[in-house]
Structure formats: structure tokens, C-alpha cells
Design a protein around this ligand. Structure first.
Ligand code: GLN
Length: 518
């Protein structure tokens, strides 16, 4: 058995027992990436040299009997949205193609302090906006289960990487479903923590009141291990929570006695794929056979969740992305060309005696801002900026943004009421399995509707997990989502683990030929 076949927890034990070295594990993963990722496209950049150096340092520390961190020697790959001073952080955007952060995000610093081995940086939708990873300015990522289909998004690189066995652990971010949805579509585990459970310091902001960083892995146990290493209060993030981090991994095997599982009656309407519905219902039946009591609950405002999210998230994005002006960060348009163009326009207007036109002509600074943003951002990011700017503008603010905030409160209250009756809520992750690449690129609304089951958790700030619960007849994975009350990650993980103990969906692997197809 190769080291890359082991789960992260098994690999950690193997390394701990001295049966293999961190360098061997890193080498094995780097070879697999070399062999397979040409077909998948999950990594934007692989840091072989850095990874081998970190691995060698872990081996040295172990040999010298020095204290080791909780992820000692475990390879981890990180979505390209968390700052790492070791290289670029691009957010899969031209705007940040050359951005080298001067500091580490807290999550990255924690991974380094935990003695993890950072393999590289993963593809994503530009600025985490999207649900298919097709909005990346740099490359397409393919679903390891069907290369003609999307891995989902925006953490599609993270999900595909774990599903393809190109890292045992990956870090993703979830603003409206971007950890859970790609995890569901790629047949891996993905957890979005409670808002504030994991520090956002050094996470390039999309929608600050919704963004959370979380673990992706093949098993719930591995996700628990990674969450434990990255969670916790951070004085650099005022929204991070003070509560101590429980021992998620150590408490995992404690059975959930008398679990009350909520099934949301509004979730099973038109639009839900038949095979997804059967798989999710079978998973719920499995819980019943494990002793859970299943109760029907109602989340009456969930039908407004997508609309609410697509007002709030773009509004916050339009504000967060104002900083990309060609001065503070990243890309700047070719100024020599821009100045020459402006001079030519000025001359043409003045030759034509067009005083009004001259009065309206951009100053060089304004033209630089405009061109920088026009060239640096992709179409979906521009769409979000326009939607958000509109929703926040005078005259519309009350009708859209303020209204959305009120509905957000009602959505949270629905969950508060539901969690009086149940301990966890079960639902589909998405209404259908992975869609074809290109299928929705020209239909943003269809793409937004994919987020139906995931956005509510972000609006309410509660934790959610996606676990594999079956495959459709075409062999595509199907995900089960579990939701828990704020800060009940331990319960969420135990509930998901209990299901994984009883099923083997998470043990299936996509097929790879020995040599890449190119
Ligand atoms: N698909 C959603 C969006 O495009 C969610 C993205 C995310 O969670 N980062 O906004």
C-alpha cells in the first residue's frame, strides 16, 4: 500500500511510528500530482522545493526528539485565496497574478506551526465567486469522476485535488457553499465552520460577513483533524470567536445518543434530481437505523435565501473589491499606452472643437482606475461589483440591501426555532450531481440557483458539512449536507462520522490510468 492511499489520520500515525518519513510522503504526493494533475488541473502552483524542505525539517525534528505540531509531516494544499508569504496569492485573478503577500494568513501560519507540509496552491473561481471553478482566470479544473464535468466551486481545486488523491487534506473557503458544494460534487468531505470559528485574517475578502475557511478531506476524521489545527480565536480578526477549540478528533467516536435529525419539508420540491433525492432519503433512513429520531421541520424563509444571498454577497464584494485600483494592489494597466491613448483622444476632441467631450474626458488617474479594473477582473467579478454597487446605491439601499438584511435575520430565526426541536438538520448539498463544463457559463442565474441548499448556513452563520452519500447511475458522487447550531462543530462531526462508520461511499476512488492522457 502506498502512503497516498492512507487517510491523513492513518498517515499521521504511520509517520509517528517512524514507518515512513515526511519526505517520502511528500515525494509520493508530488509524483502523483505530476502524473495526474495534467488531467485534473487542481493545482495552480506546486511548491515541490518548499514542500520537500518542510518535510525534511519535520523529519529532522522528529529525529532530534523535538516537539512536533499536530499535523507533523501531513501534506496539505491550500486554496489560492489565503495569503502565504512564501509566494503568490492570486485568487485565480489577473488582478492578483503578481501579488506576493508580505505576511501569512492566520490559517496558513497555523498550518506551518502545526508542521504541515504545504504542497501548493489550488485553483478556484476568481475571488471565490462562482460554483464551477470556470471563473478562474488561469485554468479549468475537471471533476476526477468525469473529466467533462465541473468539480463545482469556488473551492473546486480543493475538492478535485482531494478526490483525485493529490493531497490528503485541503483548505477551502465557503461564502455561500464553496466548500460543501464542490465536496458534494467530488465525493469528499467538506466542512464550513461557524462564522468566526476560523480566523479570516489574511483571507482575501469576498463577502466579509459570510466568508469562512474550512477543511476538506476524504474522511470526517481527517476533516476534524484539520479543523482543530486551524480553528481558534485570533486577535487579528475581530469577528473571530473567543470560545476554546474542542478536541474534535478525540471526541469523534463518542456516539450521538438520541440524535434528533431534522428533515426540512421545503427541501423536496420541484427541481430536485430524483437520484439525489433517493440517495439523501436513503442516508436519512440510515440514520434512523442507527437510532436517530427523524423529525420534519420547516424553514419557511429558506425560499428567499438565494435572493438574499445574491444581494448581500455582491454588496459586500463591491465594497471589498474597491481596493483593487491599480495603486494599492496587484495589476495596473499599461500606463504608457493609456497616457498615449488619452492624449490622442484629447487631440481628436480638441481638433473637432468638442468642448463638451473634452470636459468629460477622464483624468489620467481615473482612466488608470477604469482600465485597470476592466482588464484585471473577469466577467463574473464585474457582474458582482455592478450588482452590489446597484444594491448599495442611494435610493436602492433600503429596497435591496436593507431588505436582504431583514430576511437574513428571519432565516437565522428559522434555524434557531428548528434547532429547538432537532440536533442536526439533514439535506441535499445540491439539487443535482456535477454538471457539464460549459453548461452554465452563459446562464448566471442557473449557476446561482445551484446554491439553493448551501447559502442559508452562511446567512445564518451556522456550521455545515458535506459527506458522500451515494452515486448516481452515471457514477457521479452525491453529497449529504448536515447543519448544526452555532459552534456545534463537534456534534456535526460526530453525526457525520457516525454515518461514515456505517457506509463506504467515502472509500470509493475515481479511476486513473497509470500515465496521463496528454
Ligand atoms: N457559488 C456562490 C457564489 O458564487 C458561493 C461562492 C462561495 O461560497 N465562495 O457566490
Amino acid at each position: 500500500m502506498s502512503l497516498a492511499d492512507l487517510t491523513a489520520s492513518e498517515l499521521l500515525d504511520t509517520l509517528g511510528r517512524g514507518e515512513a518519513s515526511a519526505v517520502e510522503a511528500a515525494r509520493e504526493y508530488l509524483a502523483l500530482i505530476e502524473q495526474r494533475d495534467g488531467d485534473i488541473g487542481s493545482y495552480l502552483r506546486v511548491d515541490a522545493e518548499g514542500a520537500l524542505a518542510q518535510a525534511a525539517e519535520v523529519d529532522r525534528k522528529r529525529e532530534a526528539g523535538e516537539e512536533l505540531g499536530p499535523l507533523a509531516g501531513l501534506p496539505v494544499a491550500v486554496k489560492d485565496v489565503l495569503c502565504d508569504s512564501a509566494g503568490a496569492t492570486t485568487c485565480a485573478s489577473r488582478m492578483l497574478e503578481q501579488f506576493h503577500p508580505p505576511y501569512d494568513a492566520t490559517v496558513v501560519a497555523k498550518l506551518k506551526a502545526a508542521d504541515a507540509v504545504l504542497l501548493g496552491r489550488l485553483n478556484m473561481d476568481e475571488f471565490a465567486m462562482g460554483g464551477s471553478t470556470e471563473n478562474s482566470a488561469f485554468q479549468v479544473t475537471r471533476n476526477p469522476w468525469d473529466r467533462g464535468r465541473t468539480p463545482g466551486g469556488s473551492s473546486g481545486g480543493s475538492a478535485a485535488c482531494v478526490a483525485a488523491g493529490l493531497a490528503p487534506l485541503a483548505v477551502g473557503t465557503d461564502t455561500g457553499g464553496s466548500i460543501r458544494q464542490p465536496a458534494g460534487l467530488c465525493g469528499v468531505v467538506g466542512l464550513k465552520p461557524t462564522y468566526g470559528r476560523v480566523s479570516r485574517y489574511g483571507l482575501v475578502a469576498f463577502a466579509s460577513s459570510l466568508d469562512q475557511v474550512g477543511p476538506m478531506a476524504r474522511t470526517v476524521r481527517d476533516a476534524a483533524l484539520l479543523l482543530e489545527a486551524i480553528a481558534g480565536h485570533d486577535p487579528h480578526d475581530a469577528t473571530s470567536l473567543e470560545e476554546p477549540v474542542p478536541q474534535y478528533a478525540a471526541t469523534l467516536d463518542k456516539p450521538l445518543e438520541g440524535l434528533r435529525l431534522g428533515v426540512v419539508k421545503e427541501h423536496y420540491g420541484a427541481g430536485l434530481d430524483g437520484e439525489v433525492e433517493s440517495a439523501v432519503r436513503a442516508a436519512i433512513a440510515q440514520y434512523e437505523s442507527l437510532g436517530a429520531e427523524v423529525r420534519e421541520i420547516s424553514l419557511p424563509h429558506s425560499k428567499y435565501a438565494v435572493a438574499t444571498y445574491y444581494v448581500i454577497a455582491p454588496s459586500e464584494a463591491s465594497s471589498n473589491l474597491a481596493r483593487y485600483d491599480g495603486v494599492h494592489y496587484g495589476y495596473r494597466t499599461d500606463q504608457t499606452k493609456m497616457v498615449a491613448e488619452l492624449a490622442a483622444e484629447r487631440k481628436a476632441l480638441s481638433d473637432a472643437g468638442d468642448e463638451a467631450g473634452l470636459a468629460q474626458l477622464d483624468t489620467a488617474l481615473v482612466r488608470m482606475y477604469r482600465k485597470t479594473r476592466a482588464e484585471g477582473f473577469g466577467p463574473e467579478v464585474k457582474r458582482r461589483i455592478m450588482l452590489g454597487t446597484y444594491a448599495l446605491s442611494a435610493g436602492y439601499y433600503d429596497a435591496y440591501y436593507l431588505k436582504a438584511l431583514k430576511v437574513r435575520r428571519l432565516i437565522r430565526q428559522d434555524f434557531d426555532a428548528a434547532f429547538e426541536q432537532v440536533d442536526l438538520i439533514a439535506s441535499p448539498v445540491t439539487a443535482a450531481p456535477a454538471f457539464k463544463l460549459g453548461e452554465m457559463v452563459d446562464d448566471p442565474l442557473a449557476m446561482y440557483l445551484v446554491d439553493l441548499y448551501t447559502v442559508s448556513a452562511n446567512l445564518a452563520g451556522i456550521p455545515g458539512i458535506s459527506v458522500p452519500c451515494g452515486f448516481n447511475t452515471a457514477g457521479l458522487p452525491i453529497g449529504l449536507q448536515l447543519l448544526a447550531p452555532p459552534l456545534k462543530e463537534a456534534r456535526l462531526l460526530r453525526g457525520a462520522h457516525m454515518y461514515q462508520q456505517a457506509t463506504d461511499w467515502h472509500q470509493r476512488r475515481p479511476a486513473f490510468s497509470a500515465t496521463p492522457s496528454e
